[in-house]
Design a protein around this ligand. Sequence first.
Ligand code: CDP
Length: 202
Amino acid sequence: MSFTVAIDGPAAAGKGTISKAVAAHFGFAHLDTGLLYRAVGAKVIAGAAPIAAAQALETTDLENDSLRTPQVAQAASEVAVIPQVRAALIAFQRSFAGRDGGAVLDGRDIGTVICPDAHVKLFVTASAACRAERRFQELVGKGMDMTLDTVLADVKERDARDRNRKTAPLVPADDSIVIDTSDLSAAEAIAAAIKVVDAARS
Ligand code: CDP
């Protein structure tokens, strides 16, 4: 039986941490849909055309550590504006969501466009300053050399592009539950999300 948890929210809000933990807790599969756009962005940086790159995407393209750089994130948000790029990625996401045993998908349009009938919809957010600080620590921890100001600018620019695009803009689904992680530890945010999923399952 399928059970779909949709987790949307702006850049670096903690969606990945929460999604992984929720999936592990309930034994669900997890798809970070941002990786799809990042993989297309990476191919465009390497010289490919965005729509063709999205149409030819393979799961092995998602297994690349270099997809986590801010440069690839920017390229991802630029290709994510293109309706045909988004369209090319829909079937894979829906099929993942419908798999037996439960699935958690995190992204920007999961509860609104990809899985409007998801059993649980969370919108995970936090102040831009908090999100930038967390992403900064994460990137520095991976040995990347950058300033907090650059990370904040990147997060704000991507948010604006994601919120203002015509196709599948970043917006909470009407029936989503908002979790603001600004003043929550990772453990508290995870516990809040697990509580919502638990309630929906019983
Ligand atoms: O990890 P972070 O929240 O910074 O970004 P991500 O989830 O990896 O997504 C990278 C970019 O892909 C976003 O800025 C969006 O422009 C785009 N994206 C999207 O448009 N729709 C999704 N479902 C997931 C990501």
